[in-house]
Ligand binder design. Structure first.
Ligand SMILES: *Cc1c(COP(=O)(O)O)cnc(C)c1O
Length: 360
């Protein structure tokens, strides 16, 4: 089997077991005589698929009963607008933390619907750290507090949550959902585009506390009101059926591995393999501050642009692909989401060691 190790930031690598199961079920899903993408979303077979996907996600994330799970379209980017449209209802104000390009997009979108106070930012150092949340004063009145839990481009993540003084916390977990155990009850809304750690592009998971539903202004379009999707079990209109099916298989895959805690253990192991090498290497260096390092996205650089380009080219020839860093950080980025096996990271580090020996 000629699979490469794909370090793409998203759409990203998927568990090969899931792809194989999907391949087996492609033409004739469980005796229905058709593929999942050909079946009515109102059919019994499909109802079972979407219900099981939600059930398994609830199980592995331990989602409390007072939270709804939605499968929506429009990507994480549409949530940048849906969140203020549904939540900026009383104070017409949000407190937001700016930790990267995705935060900035969420901030500029929220500004279309009300006041945004940026309470902290790490823009002064190209977002290579998370601002100190413990010294933050978030006591002012606002409808919610907003963070980007994992910063895909810069390889940083929140390890401590800000004290919101009772206001709902909204977390963009597009690139780290299901990577480590979290306490859902600390959030008002968690959302994630699927194409990094859940499945194919086209579906966005939204986990929302019940008391935050149903406050949108009557002028909010039906499709952008969370209540529409809650009232219709994500079936107000045709959902992204195939993406939800694959997401369900990925949730099952995590459950079979032992759940999110087991996943977290593997993710720590993988990240340590790469970080330990970056810390001892005399040629490669990591770009994110150590205390805020992501488990999922690991940016690193070589001393010159020529070496960066040479490394990316030689790595690709060996089957380590999509390692080019984001243009704002440069160098390389290894995205090592849940579906990247330990072996893939180990082999990448072995190759980096070879590269270092040859080029120093
Ligand atoms: C990829 C990403 C997004 C954007 O996701 P889309 O589904 O393409 O809109 C938003 N936030 C974070 C943290 C991301 O990594």
């Amino acid at each position: 089997m000629n699979r490469v190790y794909n370090f793409s930031a998203g759409p990203a690598t998927l568990p090969v077991e899931v792809l194989e199961q999907a391949a087996q079920e492609m033409v004739n899903y469980k005796g229905t005589g058709m593929s999942v993408m050909e079946m009515s979303h109102r059919s019994k077979a499909y109802e079972e698929i979407i219900n099981n996907a939600e059930k398994t996600l609830r199980e592995i994330m331990e989602i409390p009963d007072n939270y709804k799970v939605l499968f929506l379209q429009g990507g994480a980017s549409l949530q940048f607008a849906m969140i203020p449209m549904n939540l900026m209802t009383k104070h017409k104000k949000a407190l937001m933390l700016n930790t990267g390009a995705w935060s900035k997009k969420a901030i500029s979108e929220a500004k279309k619907f009300g006041e945004v106070v940026v309470k902290a930012s790490s823009e002064d150092k190209t977002f290579n750290y998370i601002p100190d949340v413990e010294s933050l004063d978030l006591s002012e009145d606002a409808d919610y507090v907003y963070i980007t839990n994992n910063n895909t481009i810069y390889g940083t993540r929140f390890t401590t949550l800000p004290d919101t003084k009772g206001k709902p916390l909204v977390g963009d977990m597009s690139s780290n959902i299901l990577s480590e155990k979290i306490d859902v009850s600390q959030y008002g809304i968690i959302f994630a585009g699927a194409q990094k750690n859940i499945g194919p592009a086209g579906v966005t998971v939204v986990i929302i506390r019940e008391d935050l539903i149903g406050h949108a202004d009557a002028s909010v379009p039906t499709m952008l009101d969370y209540k529409t999707h809650v009232d219709n079990d994500s079936m107000f209109n045709t959902p992204p059926t195939y993406s939800i099916y694959i997401a369900g298989l990925v949730f099952e895959w995590i459950k079979k591995l032992g759940g999110v805690s087991a996943m977290e253990k593997i993710n720590n192991e993988k990240a340590n393999i790469l970080y330990n090498y970056l810390d001892e290497s005399k040629l490669f260096s990591g770009t994110a501050e150590k205390k805020d390092r992501s488990l999922m996205n690991i940016p690193f650089i070589l001393p010159t642009e020529e070496l960066n380009a040479q490394f990316i080219k030689e790595a690709a020839a060996k089957g380590f692909v999509t390692l080019k860093g984001h243009r704002s950080v440069g160098g390389m980025r290894a995205s090592i989401y849940n579906a990247m096996p330990v072996e893939g990271v180990q082999k990448l580090v072995d190759f980096m060691k070879e590269f270092e020996a040859k080029n120093s």
